[in-house]
Design a protein around this ligand. Structure first.
Ligand SMILES: [Fe+2]
Ligand SMILES: [Fe+2]
Length: 263
């Protein structure tokens, strides 16, 4: 995927960008690329905002909040009773091109089903919250998947900044091009990387970052259908429906279902 540096900076605002930490800049770039794949924000068609208007909007729409809380042109469709993961893909995560492309690459290269599932899920929590998305994503899915899947999702946030030649994962060239070569991850990201690097599940997370780099292809739409059987075998869908099952993350599913509900 080609990223137009000037268009990217215009979206974020040069002033806002210069005030961000390197970690925030990298996050912002990833969100921008995912949004571009999904056809951009609802407000893309509007007149470009002045710098002052951008600053006001940034205060209103905190960058770390998910797409579900951002302005949209039409109301959300209600979720069905006993909602499944497929329902959330269809009605909340869609179009989800990035994760579908990522899972598709894992499938085409013969990776295990749990890795395909991890890739399919790895960034979907960004619909709800973007800040620290690896950690939020791990919590959202933990009650329903093999622990290697949620562990992998948690640490992919840190691992993506560190190369691993053994699997052909290089430091993303995109980060160099956009931010220059002086990018330094924050200490907690370093610590998470060091911890994950020495862990027996390291490769579970590393492979998410490998498949991630193949998943920013414009004009490539992937459907959820090829993954339905893998979800069936590897995702423990609660019979009450996600959000009604009293799991540790049921409240997160309910918020995804009804983001406008007060208190
Ligand atoms: Fe991610
Ligand atoms: Fe990703």
């Amino acid at each position: 995927m080609e990223v137009d540096r000037r268009a990217f900076i215009a979206t974020v605002g040069a002033g806002a960008l210069s005030a961000m930490s390197p970690e925030d800049k990298a996050e912002e770039l990833e969100h921008y690329m995912i949004d571009m794949l999904d056809g951009g924000h609802d407000h893309d068609a509007e007149e470009p905002l002045s710098e002052e208007e951008q600053e006001v909007q940034e205060v209103r729409n905190a960058r770390g909040m998910g797409r579900i809380f951002q302005p949209r042109s039409k109301p959300l469709e209600p979720m069905p009773a006993n909602a499944t993961l497929e329902d959330f893909f269809r009605l909340r995560f869609a179009p989800a091109n990035h994760v579908l492309q990522s899972a598709s690459h894992a499938m085409q290269t013969g990776q295990p089903e749990r890795t395909i599932l991890a890739c399919l899920l790895h960034d979907t929590v960004q619909t709800l919250v973007r800040a620290d998305h690896g950690y939020w994503g791990a919590q959202l899915f933990e009650p329903y998947v093999d622990e290697r899947v949620s562990w992998g999702i948690k640490y992919h946030q840190a691992l993506r900044f560190f190369p691993d030649e053994s699997v052909g994962y290089e430091y993303p060239e995109m980060y160099n091009r956009i931010f220059g070569g002086d990018y330094v991850p924050e200490p907690y990201i370093y610590e998470a990387y060091e911890y994950a690097r020495a862990h027996k599940y390291y490769m579970e997370s590393r492979m998410i970052t490998v498949n991630d780099t193949y998943a920013f292809q414009e004009g490539l739409a992937v459907d959820i259908d090829p993954f339905i059987d893998i979800i069936g075998r590897n995702f423990k869908t609660p019979k009450e429906g996600l959000g009604n099952d009293n799991s540790g993350s049921a409240h997160m599913w309910r918020t995804l279902a009804n983001p406008e509900r007060p208190l």
